[in-house]
Design a protein around this ligand. Structure first.
Ligand SMILES: [Zn+2]
Length: 402
């Protein structure tokens, strides 16, 4: 039932010249309304300065409505105020979901189905998105839910097979994964967002690796855009990654954690805080309107286990090297090696670790994370760690070949 509720409204493309000249379509905040309708439904009215292509679909578990547009300027729209207009919408959020694309996600407190989805255009060129939802049974809702075919996150085609282990004769391909982005800012403290901080750090680390030599570097996102966890792994595989480093600086609820921490994947988390952290990262995908119902069918379970058996010791060695490298430059958490079920680390064949460079919940970490000098030392520690790990890994691979 994938296509059931996907409604598409593609407008004829504007002449190329005109499109380049015109600014982004902007949401006219004053006319934006979300309200309950007499029949137990909900209505969303979103006026735009310019008509744009859009599409809308619903997802289940949790129930949410996803509205995608060509990129729009939200014009200071207040998500809480808008959501407050309806008792059937518990929360909503919006932001960039892909370069050139914006998304709004409404959390539905009750099963509702799309009755009307329309874009009304005015002679002046402005337009209004009008959505009407009406009550549905849970069964009806579930049957209609699902991301449309050709959704924005189709898996990458033609990804090359995993490359043989590096033996030290070619550059090491390092995929850097700046956490969060776009509709998902990650941890926030005042004006500072984890997503921005980690993108800055990923760019700096890339520079440091290229300057050191012997590395090729690919970033899973180049701007403030949302990339689902699954897609981050696809990007790494398509790049022929030898190593995958996910970069984070989360806030912990307890607020007491401080210092760099290296996480590896495990089914059982090393502690409750780590488990919560991993769950929160998975939840960001759900909140951003990603359909998680079709996962885990890429590689059969047995093959996955075999690959993991070979990869696990290499990943552990990588994590140990990173602890050592960071301990000698910026210092690490008192318990620097932890594990939990982070979805972004689930590539069975690529050594993958998640680095919490610091915790934004710690005032001292937050200050350091914003200090370019400190970040330079952190990058230096990671370069050093990757170098020593690569040399040992190549030596072990050569031994195995004899
Ligand atoms: Zn994070």
């Amino acid at each position: 039932m994938i296509l059931a509720v996907a409604l598409w409204a593609w407008l004829p493309a504007a002449p190329a010249g005109a499109q380049e000249l015109s600014a982004l379509a902007r949401v006219r905040t004053e006319g934006a309304v979300l309200r309950d309708t007499p029949g137990g439904g909900v209505e969303l009215v979103l006026p735009l300065t310019v008509a744009v292509p859009y599409r809308v679909f619903t997802l289940d578990a949790p129930r949410r409505l996803v509205l995608d547009f060509n990129e729009v300027d939200w014009g200071g729209l207040d998500p809480e105020a808008l959501a407050g207009g309806s008792g059937k919408v518990s929360a909503l959020r919006f932001g960039v979901i892909r370069p050139g694309w914006s998304r709004m996600v409404l959390d539905l407190a009750a099963p509702l189905k799309l009755d009307t989805a329309a874009l009304q255009t005015e002679p002046t060129g402005s337009a209004t998105v009008l959505l009407r939802l009406v009550p549905a049974t849970p069964e009806e809702y579930a049957a209609r839910a699902g991301a449309p075919e050709g959704a924005l996150f189709a898996p990458l085609e033609g990804a090359p097979a995993v490359r043989p282990r590096p033996l030290g004769q070619r550059p090491l391909v390092v995929v850097l994964d700046p956490g969060h982005g776009g509709i998902d800012p990650g941890a926030e403290r005042g004006e500072v967002a984890e997503a921005d901080l980690m993108l800055t750090f990923a760019r700096e680390l890339k520079e440091a690796l290229l300057r050191a030599g012997g590395f090729e570097v690919v970033l899973t996102r180049e701007g403030d855009e949302f990339v689902p966890l699954e897609a981050r792994i696809s990007i790494a595989r398509a790049a022929g990654a030898d190593v995958f480093l996910s970069l984070h600086a989360d806030a912990l609820v307890a607020g007491r954690a401080t210092g760099a921490t290296i996480y590896t994947l495990s089914e059982r988390a090393s502690d409750i805080a780590s488990q919560k952290l991993a769950e929160r990262h998975d939840r960001a995908d759900l909140l951003a309107g990603v359909d998680l119902t079709r996962q885990d069918d890429v590689i059969a379970g047995v093959l996955m286990d075999l690959a993991r058996t070979e990869t696990a010791p290499r990943t552990d060695a990588l994590a140990d090297a990173l602890v050592e490298g960071l301990a000698s430059t910026i210092g690490v958490h008192k318990r620097p090696r932890l594990s939990a079920g982070f979805s972004v680390l689930k590539a069975p064949d690529i050594p993958s670790v998640l680095i919490e460079l610091g915790f934004m919940s710690s005032p001292s970490d937050l200050t350091q994370l914003q200090d370019p000098q400190w970040r330079r030392r952190a990058a230096g520690g990671i370069v050093q760690a990757l170098r020593s790990w690569a040399a040992e890994d190549a030596a072990r691979a050569r031994l195995r070949r004899r």
